[in-house]
Design a protein around this ligand. Structure first.
Ligand SMILES: Cc1cn([C@H]2C[C@H](O)[C@@H](COP(=O)(O)OP(=O)(O)O[C@H]3O[C@@H](C)C(=O)[C@@H](O)[C@H]3O)O2)c(=O)[nH]c1=O
Length: 182
């Protein structure tokens, strides 16, 4: 498994080597020793979740108030453009947007440290996105920023087909910045 440090400090991209044969493939989706070698505490992940969405759907941009949460994200079926935004006050890359393609061919997965916004758009007919988080979900700590915020200007590759009520009602990046005092 190759590991890349992404341009946002703390973000890691894991690139496994899937084994393919006549039956299909085998790929490792997590390795505690490799995670530990890169400073990640594998025992810290307490919930595994999976969502399915259709082509063009956007989920995000989601963050978490309080201590935040870190997550390990992968696309088990289909393909998505995964999007991260650094909103850690004081970070040298504050406001930086990072995109990573996650799909069921290369099986790259991305470690998203606490303090970032996360979202994705589905590029295939449907896509299953799986993620592990290091704190139990608590909806009272949900926070969201509009996927089409003009300041972030994220270049979503497809017309946005579906959006949850929560995501439609999300705040602007300017509002988040003023909440953070940045
Ligand atoms: C995220 C989550 C949702 N839910 C419930 C709440 C709601 O009824 C339903 C759907 O929730 P949402 O609309 O918030 O789901 P979704 O838009 O898929 O939210 C996810 O988006 C991606 C981008 C992330 O980064 C995740 O951390 C998470 O925020 O599932 C849980 O029970 N546990 C969870 O961990």
């Amino acid at each position: 498994m190759d590991i890349e440090q992404a341009p946002i400090p703390g973000v890691l991209v894991f690139r496994p080597q899937p084994h393919r044969d006549d039956r299909g493939f085998f790929t490792r989706t997590f390795d505690a020793d490799i995670a530990a070698a890169h400073g990640l505490d594998a025992t810290g992940f307490v919930q595994d979740s999976q969502s399915r969405s259709s082509r063009g759907a956007v989920r995000g941009l989601h963050g978490r108030a309080g201590r935040g949460e870190s997550k390990l994200v992968r696309c088990a079926h289909g393909a998505v453009l995964d999007v991260l935004v650094d909103v850690r006050p004081g970070s040298e890359t504050f406001g930086t947007v990072l995109t990573v393609r996650l799909d069921d061919v290369d099986f790259a997965h991305v470690y998203v440290p606490a303090g970032l916004l996360h979202g994705f758009q589905v590029l295939s007919e449907t896509a299953d996105v799986c993620y592990r988080i290091d704190r139990p979900h608590d909806p009272s700590e949900d926070l969201g920023v509009r996927y089409d915020d003009p300041e972030l200007a994220i270049d979503w590759p497809l017309p946005v087909a579906q959006l949850s009520e929560r995501d439609r009602a999300a705040m602007s990046f300017a509002d988040l910045r003023s909440q953070l005092g940045v």
